[in-house]
Design a protein around this ligand. Sequence first.
Ligand SMILES: CC(=O)SCCNC(=O)CCNC(=O)[C@H](O)C(C)(C)COP(=O)(O)OP(=O)(O)OC[C@H]1O[C@@H](n2cnc3c(N)ncnc32)[C@H](O)[C@@H]1OP(=O)(O)O
Ligand SMILES: O=CC(=O)O
Ligand SMILES: [Mg+2]
Length: 568
Amino acid sequence: MMGLGSNGYASSMTRKIGRTYDVPDGVDIRGRYDEEFAKILTKDALQFVAELQREFRNRIKYALECRKEAKRRYNEGALPGFDPVTKYVREGDWVCAPVPPAVADRKVEITGPVERKMIINALNSGAKVFMSDFEDALSPTWENLMRGQVNLKDAVDGTISFHDQSRNRVYKLNEQTAKLFVRPRGWHLPESHILIDGEPATGCLVDFGLYFYHNHANFRRTQGAGSGPFFYLPKMEHSREAKIWNCVFERAEKMAGIERGSIRATVLIETLPAVFQMDEILYELRDHSVGLNCGRWDYIFSYVKTFQAHPDRLLPDRVQVGMAQHFMRSYSDLLIRTCHRRGVHAMGGMAAQIPIRDDPVANEAALDLVRKDKLREVRAGHDGTWAAHPGLIPAIMEVFNNNMGNAPNQIQTMKREEAANLTEDDLLQRPRGVRTMEGLRLNTRVGIQYLAAWLTGTGSVPLYNLMEDAATAEISRVQNWQWLKYRVVLDGDGLGVKVSLDLFGRVVEEEMARIEREIGRERFKKGMYKEACNLFTRQCTTPNLDDFLTLDAYNHIVVHHPRGSSRL
Ligand SMILES: CC(=O)SCCNC(=O)CCNC(=O)[C@H](O)C(C)(C)COP(=O)(O)OP(=O)(O)OC[C@H]1O[C@@H](n2cnc3c(N)ncnc32)[C@H](O)[C@@H]1OP(=O)(O)O
Ligand SMILES: O=CC(=O)O
Ligand SMILES: [Mg+2]
């Protein structure tokens, strides 16, 4: 039946008039109309997204409520740990469905936002897999999301091309390309440009639903050798969230009439609570799993967030929280042991270094750090790892090939049984190191510049020769917040200064001046640095830590049509 949705917005009938999307009942599109987007936002595809939303919305709300409840417990002093109730899952002798041959070899995976030229470059990069990102690397503006869907469809169809007019260069796919994985947003992010029964849709169901609907058939025929599509699933905190994804996959397979277990996903273990749920997460997804990945940057962010009310667990400077810290090494080791025991890939994480074009010495030093990080990963037993930039792929591939030879993975050969002895204490051990004024300054300078880019539609940026994305920016934000909240003493540079609101205010002012000097007055004026600064400062000084930087910032990038910009 046609009619007004509960929000009173126009329904299918009226929306057909003029240049608007043809939507099913109860769905309202409040993002800009574009003929290209209309090929993605078809009535049938939207019907599928709406069905997912209606079937799973209550379970998603419940899962998010459970996160709040867990936060309340941690804030009262509890520590995350293994759940005695699911001991039988951890001790059981089950395995996941066999790895599809198309993705047995995942030695190097490149990641990047769903941007047209980058998709082509990444697929042509020589990496085994390309993880195309609606998440940490993407600012989820309506334009980015919908163009991203158009780009992915063209990529799966094999027709994607890009003409760089300034360089008169045409980009096309090579004969041999990386296998495509897609990372939808996390459960917490709404999609405010699509209302379903008057409520913003769940962002990840939009990303997943539209991509799956348009691409499953072609993907399985070409890329997947009969299986797929393949996904990465971010930021989960509990196996109940993985169970929802499993049900979403089953629902999608049924809709498409394809075999159960066709869809495969790698879950990022990138929250502290999730490290105690790795078996449980794999168990829920056992017919759809193709491994776990060490999402190390969000994991560090989550350590601070989980322990926001624990002043005895403050982090040292961000640069000191590397994989050599005991809690980080333990997490990687246990992830490898868990995955290999269950017959799936244990993927390594992202080194933040990127090529430094104008300084060969610094470039070699950065490459060396990447090689060391990757050597540690492959020796520990990881089956593959991430690269942020095509320029890093040859070096990383060499490290993995040298240590794995012709084997596609180490699932059967690196069992890491001894990691079964890792305890809750190992996984939670306090990071060691010092805190410095430079740490505070760098967090501030990077956090503001990242947010300024994000607000103008760019979700991953090079800053001071490192890759920065939403996960690394989160570390900067929560670390500043934690240091301010507990008035920590900056003990690492011999100054012994206490972090206070006054000090932070001065640091913000000085770092803004430094940013302006570094990028030039014109760019500074034209950019969104002041807005970013206000947002970042508010987030660092708020009495109650916001769960996500991007939830607050999202309100600034929602643009409703035809009524102008609107807040959630
Ligand atoms: C914590 C996490 O979640 S990690 C995963 C999420 N983060 C990411 O995916 C980050 C991915 N990386 C990037 O976005 C970029 O590499 C950045 C922003 C870090 C650096 O970008 P730039 O400074 O523009 O790179 P640079 O100028 O050196 O690029 C050179 C070429 O490589 C391409 N390139 C760079 N990174 C990538 C990538 N990840 N995928 C595909 N192509 C890439 C550029 O498009 C450019 O191509 P061109 O020569 O044809 O024009
Ligand atoms: O998504 C990856 C991370 O490190 O965060
Ligand atoms: Mg992440």
